[in-house]
Structure formats: structure tokens, C-alpha cells
Design a protein around this ligand. Structure first.
Ligand SMILES: C[S@@+](CC[C@H](N)C(=O)[O-])C[C@H]1O[C@@H](n2cnc3c(N)ncnc32)[C@H](O)[C@@H]1O
Length: 243
């Protein structure tokens, strides 16, 4: 975590005593392993990007998001047949497995580490969950350089990047909206950089879903927020003779 992030409202370390947090996380991990076993997949264990020589202060290590993020959000925002979901920093693909249960036209995961991307592909094949979307692909790429496809309508971010990497990825989303005007919803878990997203002037907060945690402030810190990124205002054409 960067020094500038300490004191941020989404900095859980500031809010929750370490011993409680460790115990709670151990419980969540045990539950996570159990769900993995039932579904026939492998997403629960954390992975350090340093293990693959990919560590960087603005890249976040692998840790699976919540099983419940997408079901909770998509209960409020029905998926239409042309919708496309992109998970930037998809890791071992837990969110992809959950998204494939919905009738998306396609689901895409982008992951920096080829090793994690391979695990995501294996998980998609092995998952016992029913699937309504067959077109699921995992792309190995640095999200900073990835051109967002112009049919994407949902972007899921589980706090995968920090600082300038985050800014660059948001710029990629805005560029795509400008190339092909449409609304893109950004589903952002643990929204450390909300101010930078809103600071683009192109996103507005639509919905806040508190996380499932024992205290109110902790719930707020790890919750999921949904933003809409809309096409920018087009320049008003100047009429001949006006003024
Ligand atoms: C916190 S995990 C999120 C995992 C997944 N989205 C989920 O919800 O289960 C962050 C992931 O982002 C990936 N990542 C970090 N920096 C990246 C970058 N620049 N481009 C692509 N992936 C990146 C990491 O390898 C890691 O798998």
C-alpha cells in the first residue's frame, strides 16, 4: 500500500484492529476454500506478483473478490443480451465464473500474469456452476496497454491497480466510451481511488452496496460501488450567422 493511501476511508487497516481482521480473514478464507471445493475450482489462495517477477508498487497482488459482488449488483441492474463484462485484473477468474452465470453476450478477463490467467481458464472449464454465457475469454495483458473493446458495458475492478496505473486504465475506459458512445458501468470493490475516477468528470456514483463485514465502517470500506461512465458532451455546432 502506498503511503498516500493510509488514512483513506477505504484503508481497512486504519479502521479494524489487526487481530480481529486476521481472524476474520482466516474465517473467510476457510469458507472460500469450501466454496471452491463445492464448485470444483481453485481461487481462494492469495498469490504475490513478486513470485512471477511482476511486482510493482501500483499493481495489487492476487486476492479473490467476493462471490457475491456480481450477483448483488446484477440484481439491481438487469443484464441485457448485448451486455459485455470485462474484469480488469481477473486473477484466477472468480468474477468470470460468477459473470458467466448471467446472459452476457461475452465476458472477458484481462490478467497480467500468464500463470494466473491459466488458472482462470482451468477454473472456467472446471466450474460446476450453470453457465448462460458461453463466450468467455481470458487475455494476458497489462491493463494499461489494453484497448477496451467498444462493446464492453460493465467493467469490474476489485481494487487491482493504484495511482497512475489506475488513472491510465480509467482513461482507456473513457477513450472507449468516446469512440463508441454508450454507458459503461464500473463496478468497483474497495474503491480506494474513487476520487480519481470521479475527478475525470466523466463518471458518477450510482449505487453503494456495503460489504458483508461485522462493523459499519468496515462494511463501508470494503463495499462495492457502481459508477456510470457516460459519453462526454458533444461540442455544440456553431450555426452560420449566429452571433
Ligand atoms: C485483487 S486481485 C483481483 C482478482 C479478481 N478480479 C477477482 O475479483 O477475483 C488483482 C489482480 O489484478 C492483477 N493485476 C495487477 N496489475 C495488473 C495490470 N497492470 N494489468 C493486468 N492485471 C493486473 C493481479 O495480477 C491480480 O490478479
Amino acid at each position: 500500500m502506498l503511503a498516500a493511501e493510509r488514512g483513506h476511508p477505504a484503508d481497512v487497516r486504519r479502521l479494524v484492529p489487526k487481530a480481529i481482521k486476521l481472524r476474520y480473514h482466516a474465517l473467510l478464507r476457510a469458507l472460500s476454500r469450501l466454496v471452491d471445493r463445492v464448485l470444483g475450482i481453485d481461487t481462494a489462495e492469495r498469490v504475490d506478483l513478486a513470485d512471477f517477477g511482476l511486482a510493482h508498487p501500483e499493481r495489487v497482488n492476487y486476492e479473490a473478490g467476493s462471490w457475491l459482488d456480481l450477483p448483488r449488483v446484477l440484481r439491481h441492474i438487469p443484464v441485457r443480451r448485448h451486455d459485455v463484462l470485462l474484469d480488469l485484473g481477473c486473477g484466477k477468474g472468480r468474477a468470470l465464473v460468477m459473470a458467466a452465470r448471467h446472459p452476457f453476450a461475452r465476458v472477458i478477463g484481462v490478467e497480467l500474469s500468464p500463470e494466473l490467467a491459466r488458472v482462470a481458464e482451468r477454473n472456467l472449464e472446471a466450474s460446476r456452476l450453470p453457465r448462460r454465457c458461453r463466450a468467455v475469454e481470458v487475455v494476458v495483458a497489462d491493463a494499461v496497454e489494453y484497448r477496451i473493446p467498444d462493446d464492453v458495458t460493465f467493467v469490474y475492478l476489485f481494487n487491482p491497480f493504484r495511482g497512475r496505473v489506475f488513472d491510465a486504465v480509467i482513461e482507456r475506459i473513457v477513450e472507449s466510451v468516446d469512440r463508441a458512445p454508450r454507458r459503461v458501468r464500473v463496478i468497483y470493490r474497495n474503491a480506494m481511488y474513487e476520487d480519481r475516477l470521479l475527478g475525470t468528470g466523466r463518471a458518477h456514483l450510482q449505487r453503494v452496496l456495503p460489504g458483508l463485514r461485522p462493523t459499519r465502517r468496515w462494511r463501508e470500506a470494503v463495499g462495492v460501488r457502481v459508477y456510470a461512465v457516460d459519453p462526454g458532451r458533444r461540442p455544440v455546432p456553431v450555426r452560420a450567422g449566429s452571433g
